[in-house]
Write a new protein. Sequence first.
Length: 288
Amino acid sequence: MLLQDFLPGLTLREFVQCYRIVHFEFDKPNENFIKAYPPKPEVCLHFTLRGYIKNELADDGTHGFLFPVTLAGQQTGVTYRYNSSSLLNVQIVFQPSALFRLTGIPAFAFTNQYLDAQHVFPHIRLVWEELQQAATYHQLLSIAERFVISLVNDPTKEPHPLDAAANWMIKKGGNVSRDQMAKASCICTKQFERKFYERAGVHPKIYARIIRFNTAFNTKNANPGWDWLRIAIAYHYCDYQHLVKDYKGFTGLHPRAFHLLEKSAPECKLGLDQPLYRDRFKSTSVPY
């Protein structure tokens, strides 16, 4: 069993944040397991190789099984995900504007969507079939990497300074002003807003809030002994109530209630959570 993020090769990090392997095996074959996923700063391809995943969007209560290969756009609210007791899911997590560069389709067309990836990548079913034949985790990663190489060798859109600025926003935990980003992108603020929405799928202010919230969420998971005020101050919330407002806005729950729900996630039941939490926290720069 495994739940781990893997860095891509150096030449591909311009397009890919990480590859992720989710492999769960429970003893009870007919039981479903639920995980509440808050929004993260990521757009993702899901290859479901074994078992099934069903999503429930909290804002409208709609349900839907993931396709064999699902393209998940940038999410702005919590998703409740039910999975079978046996699950093997391989993910390619893209950089903020990578999907726009690779497809030429405005990223906002994918926002809060879970789509059949074959409509965007017509031959991706062949990649799914190749992944089905893989015998090891290493082979899964190699196949995913070859697929990404085939995409980046023929991008539809040229890079823009805004792409690096969006990655900079992630590295700074969302703590970068819109004017700073526009200046770094060598364009005016109004044009920056428009291009960011086209390339990342949401407006920069929302994206910064998602990044900051996700950083705080990862920090609390990795450091359960930290009090909420310490986390709020560390990530430049005005106060604890400001942090509560973001939690309620993105998840519908108070911070304590949402993290209590997190403890019932499949990875926690299988004891896979702490290594993942530590790795994600390591990639977070705590401003002390």
